[in-house]
Design a protein around this ligand. Sequence first.
Ligand SMILES: *[C@@H]1O[C@H](CO)[C@@H](O)[C@H](O)[C@H]1NC(C)=O
Length: 216
Amino acid sequence: MRSVLGFLAVLLALVSAGQALSCIQCVSPRNPSCDGLSVSCLLDNVCGASYTVTTSDFSVVTGNYMRGCVTKNQCNLQGSISVINNVMNRIGVSCCNTDNCNPSFPTLPAVNTTFNELVCRTCISADSDWCYTKDTVHCTGDENMCLLQTTSITGAVSMNTALRGCATKSLCDLGQQTAENAGQKVDVRFICTSGTAGLYSGLTLSLVAILLTNII
Ligand SMILES: *[C@@H]1O[C@H](CO)[C@@H](O)[C@H](O)[C@H]1NC(C)=O
């Protein structure tokens, strides 16, 4: 679970020096508000707030509120990722674009625990930008895509993480996000398939199971 949250958190940690907006940067693991220092953003960034919540069925397991500089394509983002059955990680982002402005509280997508047709591979790696297992997760609600998300941090502190699971298209549309801050480079990629081809759909999985049964 740690890796999943860390992954979402990286979205907002994209701070860099420049001559553009200044934004308050802070993290609050529990309260939906926080105080912090003002930092200057990259030219095309705005001030943003993100709220990520992990729910198991309908009960909230953990939440995380962050403020900082964000790329404009993250503004108004609402999305979710599921790596484990019945555990959904939801994120909402809101923005404003004056110096040290206070973004409105982000809206999270609604929880929908109804299964859709999609089944995705699932895995988590805390030390590699690749993972693959035979395990699967059944997708629910608007999570219509199978996601491979990789995070690569290089610099004085280096770290790679990867995960696979179900995701909303809104997260897939983020594509690649990179940022640099104090010599640390962060590279986050969202690689998705719609699950209609190859090994991802439930139908194909059961066909493979039947094939294997016959061979054995
Ligand atoms: C919940 O998800 C299911 C499966 O994708 C969908 O058919 C249904 O319309 C969704 N319900 C709501 C209230 O969005």
